[in-house]
Design a protein around this ligand. Structure first.
Ligand code: CA
Ligand code: CA
Ligand code: CA
Ligand code: CA
Length: 282
C-alpha cells in the first residue's frame, strides 16, 4: 500500500520537475531575447558596436549583445528612407513600411502600404495595399502579421477602415479574407488616454509588445520611454518592461519598428525531447 502511494506521488513530482525544466529552458531561449528593430535616427547597439540608420533593420541578440544588419537602407535605390514597421517571416522574407513613398527593386509603393522583401531574390512585392483598405491616405507606422494571416497595424494619424474609426494610439486587426478590421488595443488604456504607437509585435501568448512616439505610461508601468518596448498583457490588463532602451543604446533613441522572433518549432521539439529524456532517466 505504501509502495503504491509512493509511486503515485513520485510520478507527478517527476513530471512537475521536467515541466519546470522545460519551461525554464524555454524562458532562457536566446530567441526570446532577440529583437529585430529600427530607430528614428542613427543609433548604435552591440559588442562590437554596430551603428545603423533609420532605414536599416537590425537583429539584436541581448545575451550575446550581437547586432546584425538584416536590411540595408541602400536597397531603396540609394534614396534616404525611414523604415517604420517590420515583420519577419520564418523564411526570412521581411515585411516593412516606410514613412514616405519609396521604391525597392521590383516595386514602387506608398507610406500606407506594407511590402514584402525577398532577401534571396532581392525583390519586393505588395503585401498590404493601403488604398484597398483605408478611407483616406494614411501612413502605417507599426505592423505585425499574426499566424492566422491577420495583420495588426497602427497609423500615424486618425484613420478609417470600413466603419471602424481609430486613432494613432490604437491597434487594429485586419482580416484579409473578410476585408474587416476590428480594434485590438485602445489608446484609452494609456495613462494619458492619448499616445501614438509606433511599433507593435503580438507574441504567441497574445501579449502585445509596443513602443510609443513619446514617453508614456500604462497600468503596471507608469513611465517608459519612446526607446523602450513594453509588453501589455490584455488579460491581466497590466504592462511590464520588455526591452529597456537605456540598457542597450549608447544614446537616447526612439524605436519605431520591432519584431520578436519566437522559438522555432524545431527548438520546441529539441527541448521537449530533452525534458522527456531527463524524465525517463530519473
Ligand atoms: Ca526607422
Ligand atoms: Ca509607413
Ligand atoms: Ca501610430
Ligand atoms: Ca518609439
Amino acid at each position: 500500500m505504501a509502495r503504491l502511494t509512493g509511486t503515485g506521488l513520485t510520478n507527478p513530482v517527476r513530471y512537475t520537475i521536467s515541466a519546470v525544466l522545460f519551461v525554464t529552458l524555454l524562458g532562457g531561449l536566446p530567441a526570446q531575447a532577440e529583437i529585430v528593430l529600427s530607430t528614428t535616427a542613427p543609433a548604435t547597439l552591440g559588442v562590437p558596436p554596430l551603428t545603423f540608420r533609420d532605414g536599416d533593420l537590425v537583429d539584436f541578440d541581448r545575451p550575446t549583445e550581437t547586432a546584425t544588419l538584416i536590411f540595408n537602407e541602400d536597397l531603396f535605390g540609394g534614396n534616404d528612407e525611414e523604415v517604420g514597421a517590420v515583420h519577419v517571416f520564418g523564411n526570412g522574407h521581411i515585411v516593412l513600411s516606410t514613412d514616405s513613398d519609396a521604391w525597392l527593386p521590383g516595386l514602387g509603393f506608398e507610406d500606407e502600404d506594407l511590402v514584402k522583401w525577398d532577401p534571396v531574390n532581392q525583390t519586393a512585392t505588395m503585401f498590404f495595399h493601403g488604398d484597398d483598405w483605408f478611407a483616406g491616405e494614411e501612413d502605417i507606422d507599426a505592423a505585425c502579421v499574426l499566424d492566422n494571416g491577420h495583420i495588426v497595424l497602427s497609423t500615424d494619424a486618425d484613420a478609417k477602415i470600413g466603419s471602424l474609426e481609430f486613432g494613432d494610439g490604437d491597434l487594429v486587426e485586419c482580416d484579409p479574407a473578410s476585408g474587416m478590421a476590428t480594434l485590438l488595443f485602445s489608446e484609452y488604456l494609456f495613462n494619458s488616454h492619448n499616445e501614438n504607437i509606433d511599433a507593435v509585435h503580438v507574441l504567441g501568448n497574445g501579449h502585445i509588445v509596443l513602443s510609443t512616439v513619446a514617453d508614456a505610461g500604462l497600468p503596471g508601468l507608469n513611465s517608459f520611454e519612446d526607446e523602450d518596448l513594453v509588453e501589455w498583457d490584455p488579460v491581466g490588463q497590466t504592462a511590464s518592461m520588455f526591452f529597456e532602451g537605456d540598457l542597450w543604446f549608447t544614446h537616447d533613441e526612439d524605436v519605431d519598428a520591432a519584431f520578436i522572433p519566437e522559438p522555432t518549432t524545431l527548438s520546441l521539439l529539441v527541448l521537449g525531447g530533452v525534458a522527456v529524456m531527463r524524465r525517463r532517466r530519473r
